[in-house]
Design a protein around this ligand. Structure first.
Ligand code: AMP
Ligand code: MG
Length: 267
């Protein structure tokens, strides 16, 4: 899975990353889904351990183009975890109050506490993506934000936060199919905005903006993964694998009781 990690300081060209890639996993969808189910179980146990130990914080950032699969990823990767210890923070267009503050203000309020797992559905990266592509703010302003983001994430990391960032990589054809599916199904109309079609026209600008994000903000303490996401099962499998490997690497332990439980008898 290391293949999908963006090496710090490397220059990313997204046209070189295949959205249909399934890495070393050659056994196909059925086997992939079976493995995903096992990983779901592991993640459930690891999340309980994270909660019980109350020492580490886990932040997961999801970014993608429209219909890239952020919602589906959250549904499928986290379907077994205890909702008590996991939270999703979704970032929409900023409110007037949020716009009156620095761009990290609303983000910082949502970061995980000890024992918590938080998933960012969109994030502070919108503040160097959508705002740049639409020229909402000047290049002098967003240009400084890559550094600011790296410093912010470093602060989080140095204070006990494990950060994993996933860019869900689909291509234009796949987006077309998914948007069409939304249009064809009345139960999906709530997800469809006509404005999404304007965004679609800006695809090359977004790719360039994402390439900058991936090239400038993948660090040892907050790495980006480029997740081939045309195949949903592989997308979920890759993200689950990274989560499980990372959590296992924390070597967490269930805390011992602060009291001496030897000889305690329940009458
Ligand atoms: P959705 O995720 O489909 O509910 O859409 C959320 C919308 O909010 C998207 O169109 C984002 O581009 C937009 N959005 C999120 N964060 C920002 C931001 N910082 N500035 C402007 N628009 C944003
Ligand atoms: Mg949308």
């Amino acid at each position: 899975m290391k293949k999908f990690l963006v090496k710090p300081e490397s220059k990313v060209k997204l046209s070189k990353w295949d959205p249909n890639d399934t890495g070393d996993f050659k056994d196909g969808k059925e086997a992939g889904l079976a493995r995903l189910e096992k990983l779901n179980g592991k993640l459930e146990t690891l999340q309980e351990l994270l909660f019980a130990e109350h020492k580490h914080k886990l932040l997961i950032v999801l970014q993608a183009m429209d219909a890239g699969g952020k919602d589906g990823t959250i549904r499928r990767v986290f379907n077994s975890v205890n909702p008590a210890g996991v939270r999703v923070a979704s970032f929409k267009a900023p409110t007037p109050e949020e716009l009156d503050h620095d761009f990290l203000w609303r983000i910082h309020k949502e970061v995980p506490a000890n024992g918590e797992m938080v998933i960012f559905n969109r994030s502070h990266y919108e503040d160097v993506l959508v705002v740049r592509v639409h020229n909402y703010i000047q290049p002098e302003v967003w240009g400084k934000r890559f550094e600011q983001i790296n410093e912010f994430e470093r602060t989080l990391a140095e204070n006990g936060t494990t950060i994993l960032k996933f860019y869900l990589h689909i291509d234009l054809d796949e987006q077309k199919e998914r948007l069409q599916a939304r249009l064809d199904d009345t139960s999906k109309h709530w997800k469809f905005r006509i404005g999404d079609l304007d965004e679609r026209k800006l695809w090359p600008d977004y790719m360039q903006a994402f390439e900058d994000v991936l090239s400038k903000t993948s660090t040892d303490y907050a790495p980006w993964y480029i997740v081939p996401a045309n195949r949903k099962w592989f997308r979920d499998l890759l993200i689950s694998t990274v989560l499980v490997d990372t959590l296992e690497g924390l070597k967490m332990k269930y805390p011992e009781s602060e009291e001496n439980l030897d000889g305690v008898v329940i009458e």
